[in-house]
Each structure stands twice: as structure tokens, then as C-alpha cells.
Design a protein around this ligand. Structure first.
Ligand code: FES
Length: 280
């Protein structure tokens, strides 16, 4: 039932349409939800996982140290765009920022993968549910009285996702190049493979799988077509990306974990915790 402050169209006295469980045309159920399962487990686990990554990546990005152990470079610090990088002997480096850039070079490049993940359709669902309880789970009432979607600042910026996808592709390309450079030894001679090479290979494989499974990628490949029959190559690519897309959530988590593990591996080598085991 509509409250005395509602207009007939369900708009509150202070403006803004009342939606979802607060919509005036929904059945009035006083309980927050009728679920009897442990529905809170998923948002709680998501919060814990995302918070752990935020804490770890913030520490590593701000530390500005131990991100290079020849021939490996941490994915948090590549490509290096500042002159101060420790990786200047081993590309790819484009020192667009001179000596005046005195803070961590990771802060320059991380904007792009961070923007890509923050605006990702899956991560949006994940952090809307786990941090903002909007809603916390299916069939569980959210505490917010109004819903404006992503039509206003700052959530309007979520619509930039496609452009972050365009930025994420070259970043993944650079990390691929870094991975190839991992087949050199300490003296930069080719024909080496260490445990670090495998770590980098696994990481870049997951990063590409996550990037290509992006909803924007799927639309770029198969969208705006009237007839798939006239575009068999795009149809084939779209079908392939579509299959990956069904695993987007899993790939989002796997690649998030792998990028942190790859960075941590380089950190351990850089601080001398152990030597990179040589496979051949
Ligand atoms: S929808 Fe997740 S990366 Fe594009």
C-alpha cells in the first residue's frame, strides 16, 4: 500500500521513483525476506574476496618496490610508463612520464585494468550486492528506498565499460609480451623456462579468457548485424566468445587471483625469498 507521502505514481515526497520491494504496486510483506537458506554466504564471501584483493593490490601498487626479478615483471607494473622504473633494461617500457613522476609507476597503468574491472557487468553485480546490499541477494529486500539505476553520476560512468575494454586489450597485449620475455634467462638469453614462466603463462591465459569473455567484446563481435548468415566469421567468433561468456564470473575470479599470485611470485623472487626453479 502506498504511504501518505507517495504520489499516485509512486514518487516519494523528496522526488525519485520508488522501485523494487518498495514499489507501491508490490504486495506489502513486512519481512525483509522469506528465504530460509544461508543466502548471505555468497555476498559475505564476495565482500571478503574483493576486500582482500583491494588491500593487497593497494599495498603492492603503492610500495613502488620489488616488482622486477629478471626476467619477470609484475603485472601490476607493466607496461612501465615512468622513467624511474626498475624494468628499464627489459621492455616493454615507454617512459612517457619523466623524473618528475616520483610516486609508484603502477598508479599510472592500473587505472585501465581497474576501470575495466570496476565497470565489468559481473563485478558490478558482485559489489552492488556485497557492499551496497542493492539487493543483497535474490528475493531479499534491499534497504534502499529508491532505485535510479545507472542513470546518474557517478554510476552513469559505468557506461564507459566498452572504452575500458578497448584499453584493456593493449594492456593484455603488453602482459603477453612480458610473458614471452619470461622465456629468457637472467642474462636475457632465450631458451629458458622457470616456474615463473609457467606462473606468467597461466596468468596471461586467464587474463585473455576474462577479457575476451567480456559482454562488450561479445557485442562488438556479434552486435549490430541483421543477418549472421552473411557474416559467418563473425558468427563463429561470436559463438566462441558466447561460450566463454557463460563462464565470465569464474574467469573474473580466476584472473583476479592469478594476477595477484603472479605479482606475489615476482615479489618473493625480488626480496630473495627463493630462487626461481629452472625447468629447462
Ligand atoms: S562485462 Fe566483465 S569485463 Fe566486460
Amino acid at each position: 500500500m502506498a504511504s501518505s507521502t507517495d504520489t499516485p505514481t509512486g514518487t516519494g515526497a523528496s522526488g525519485g521513483a520508488r522501485r523494487g520491494v518498495h514499489s507501491p504496486d508490490r504486495a506489502a510483506v513486512s519481512a525483509a525476506h522469506l528465504r530460509t537458506d544461508r543466502w548471505w554466504l555468497a555476498p559475505a564471501a564476495t565482500s571478503a574476496g574483493l576486500l582482500a584483493f583491494v588491500v593487497y593490490s593497494t599495498w603492492r601498487a603503492l610500495s613502488n618496490a620489488h616488482y622486477y626479478a629478471a626476467p619477470y615483471v609484475s603485472p601490476f607494473y607493466s607496461p612501465c610508463l615512468a622513467e624511474s622504473c626498475q624494468t628499464m633494461r627489459s621492455g616493454p617500457n615507454w617512459p612517457l612520464f619523466g623524473d618528475w613522476w616520483i610516486v609508484s609507476p603502477a598508479l599510472i597503468i592500473l587505472v585501465f585494468p581497474l576501470g575495466f574491472r570496476l565497470t565489468c557487468y559481473y563485478y558490478r553485480k558482485a559489489y552492488y550486492r556485497s557492499f551496497w546490499a542493492a539487493p543483497p541477494s535474490c528475493a531479499v529486500a534491499e534497504p534502499h528506498a529508491r532505485y535510479t539505476g545507472e542513470t546518474r553520476f557517478p554510476l552513469l560512468l559505468q557506461n564507459l565499460h566498452r572504452y575500458f575494454f578497448y584499453a584493456a586489450v593493449p594492456v593484455a597485449g603488453v602482459l603477453t609480451y612480458d610473458t614471452v620475455l619470461g622465456f629468457r634467462d637472467h642474462d636475457y638469453e632465450w631458451g629458458h623456462m622457470g616456474l615463473g614462466t609457467l606462473v606468467m603463462l597461466a596468468n596471461i591465459g586467464l587474463i585473455w579468457a576474462y577479457t575476451i569473455s567480456c559482454h562488450s567484446c561479445r557485442h562488438i563481435i556479434g552486435g549490430r548485424l541483421r543477418h549472421f548468415s552473411k557474416h559467418p566469421v563473425r558468427y563463429r567468433l561470436w559463438s566462441w566468445v558466447g561460450r566463454l561468456n557463460t563462464r565470465h564470473m569464474e574467469l573474473a575470479w580466476a584472473s583476479l587471483i592469478s594476477v595477484a599470485l603472479a605479482d606475489f611470485y615476482v615479489y618473493l623472487l625480488a626480496v630473495g625469498a627463493f630462487a626461481d626453479p629452472k625447468l629447462f
